[in-house]
Design a protein around this ligand. Structure first.
Ligand SMILES: [Zn+2]
Ligand SMILES: [Zn+2]
Length: 448
């Protein structure tokens, strides 16, 4: 008998494709030049004021970064994290509202003149089950709060310097629940002209691909029967689930590489001696564009129903138990301002197309970005090979590198927000670009 390998363990995935991606990314990043923006943005006296405000808040922000990391509260139960942010703001005399827009763990505070345009700076703070802040949302919160405090300080010292409204929006439940969509449906973005936020990553990157994502649950109902004595009197729900799962695998070859399908058989019956009366497949459908996500959804639903036809089972198709996420539509006029400010902090944010688009996930910020102009850049928080949603990234999210990233991101968010409020020509281009890209989309009804 041939000894193949130790079958008590899985084989280790080969890293050569990751190595290739890293090599190509290095080549492209070496060719990336400096950023330019056709717009003047906020005056230097104001960006200097923002830097001073951030320096003043530094120790509070670092403490917040660590506090939220330790709390590691998951979607919709981020009560203590919200309380920590609210207490920091209230300690500086700022009014804070919580529990708005359809969820208990939202937060809202405003500063600025109350005239002119309004921009929102978004703070996430939810962690992942078991592995904590492996997506670094503690850093998102600290940078957003830092940006808001710096602008609040600037406004306090020179009310004319912030000619508009800055809204700090605490947005819970990004992980798996599309908290921002819940908030949007409850009016959180009404009256807001643009929204910005930042996410930690292994690179400084101004623009990266984020896929749209939908959730699908397919439940087959069969007829139970004795699997040995009378199997012909049964209708096998597990067979249907199995055929649907196979169907997903076969669709993969006939879909564009910008799409993803992944699934688990969450329920496959109770025991071998009973023809399965019920079986459930949970599936994620992802794609780079709203249109391709919609088209793929239809094909996946056909496959789900086809499996029922083949097996004589009943089928219930349930889409989007949590709201779907659209891909991120990035506003390049705002991105250029962000990148210029990050360059001033000694960083070199990569432009679109440098990071490999095959390494892509999803975010509920996508739904915001199809309602109003926005950006969702990445800031380097960890080594390039440390992936999001790993214990290693959770460890990276409280290192001195993460503290520095929160500071630099806070500076970039504050300056970009102020650019948008101050510079009418920039704002006009932000809106014009958004319109050229298709304008506001009816996100809530997009897939109906
Ligand atoms: Zn995540
Ligand atoms: Zn995240």
């Amino acid at each position: 008998m041939n000894e193949i390998r130790d079958l008590s363990r899985p084989t280790a995935p080969d890293e050569s494709y990751l190595d290739e991606i890293a090599a190509r990314t290095r080549e492209r990043s070496e060719q990336a030049g400096a950023w330019s923006s056709a717009f003047a943005g906020a005056p230097e006296s104001s960006t200097a004021g923002i830097a001073a405000g951030l320096a003043d808040a530094e120790s509070d922000l670092t403490e917040l970064l660590h506090t939220i990391h330790t709390l590691a509260e998951t979607a919709f139960v981020e009560h203590e994290s919200v309380a920590a942010i609210a207490s920091l703001l209230r300690g500086r005399g700022i009014d804070v509202e919580t529990g708005l827009f359809g969820a208990d763990t939202t937060l809202r505070a405003t500063t600025g003149s109350g005239q002119g345009r309004t921009i929102a700076i978004l703070a996430e703070y939810d962690a992942l089950p078991e592995i904590g802040h492996a997506c670094g949302h503690n850093l998102i919160a600290a940078s957003a709060v830092g940006a808001f405090l710096a602008l609040h300080d600037l406004h306090g010292q020179n009310p004319g310097a912030v000619p508009g409204t800055v809204v700090l929006l605490g947005t819970p439940a990004e992980e798996g629940h599309s908290g921002k969509e819940v908030m949007a449906r409850n009016g959180a973005f009404d009256g807001i002209d643009a929204a910005i936020m930042v996410h930690g990553y292994g690179y400084d990157c101004a623009e990266q691909v984020w896929l749209g994502r939908r959730l699908l649950e397919v439940t087959y109902s069969g007829v139970a029967a004795h699997a040995s004595a009378q199997p012909f009197m049964g209708r096998n729900a597990l067979d249907a689930a199995n055929l649907f799962y196979q169907g997903l695998g076969l669709i993969r070859q006939q879909m564009p590489p910008i799409s993803r399908l992944h699934a688990v058989i969450a329920d496959g019956g109770s025991r071998p001696s009973i023809i399965a009366e019920s079986a459930t497949v949970e599936c994620y459908v992802r794609s780079k564009y709203p249109d391709t996500l919609k088209e793929l959804s239809d094909r996946v639903e056909d496959a789900a129903k086809g499996a029922a036809l083949m097996t004589g089972t009943g089928v219930e198709v349930k889409w989007d138990e949590h709201p779907p996420s659209l891909p991120v539509r990035t506003n390049s006029a705002l991105t250029r301002r962000w990148a210029k400010h990050e360059e001033a902090q000694g960083r070199s944010p990569l432009p679109a197309g440098v990071l490999d688009e095959s390494i892509a996930a999803s975010t509920d910020f996508g739904n915001v970005s199809y309602r109003i102009p926005g950006i969702h850049p990445l800031i380097k928080t960890a080594d390039a090979e440390v992936a999001l949603h790993t214990r290693e990234f959770a460890e990276a999210a409280i290192t001195p590198e993460a503290e520095a990233a929160a500071h630099d991101a806070g500076y970039g968010l504050a300056c970009t927000a102020l650019d948008f409020l101050v510079d009418d020509e920039l704002a006009a281009e932000v809106f014009a670009e958004f319109d050229r890209a298709g304008g506001a989309v009816d996100v809530e009804n997009y897939f109906n």
